[in-house]
Write a protein of this length. Structure first.
Length: 94
């Protein structure tokens, strides 16, 4: 295969509300639940670096309040959503 025809796609999760597990406070905090709100981020590029597909952000909501007045496509990205904020077969078929 030529380098232009070899693609690599990777996904990473961003737990944007999760507090650090360690810090300056030395005593354990009991009764605090971890907030696992996440956004998945998908990047895809070919081996030669000449074809970069738009970055995808996958969240839990179709139109999140924080992005209500922001057009992600203008910034070169795509917004997708599903209940768990993961890439699934339905999103991959797009």
């Amino acid at each position: 295969y030529m380098e232009d025809g070899i693609y690599n796609m990777d996904e990473t999760g961003l737990f944007w509300r999760l507090s650090p597990s360690r810090g300056l406070y030395t005593q354990a905090r009991t009764g605090v639940r971890k907030d696992k709100s996440r956004i998945s981020i998908k990047c895809c590029i070919n081996a030669s670096g000449t074809d970069r597909l738009p970055i995808w952000f996958i969240g839990e909501y179709q139109t999140p309040r924080a992005l209500r007045n922001i057009n992600i496509q203008v910034m070169g990205g795509q917004w997708r959503w599903n209940r768990k904020a993961w890439i699934d077969i339905i999103i991959m078929k797009e």
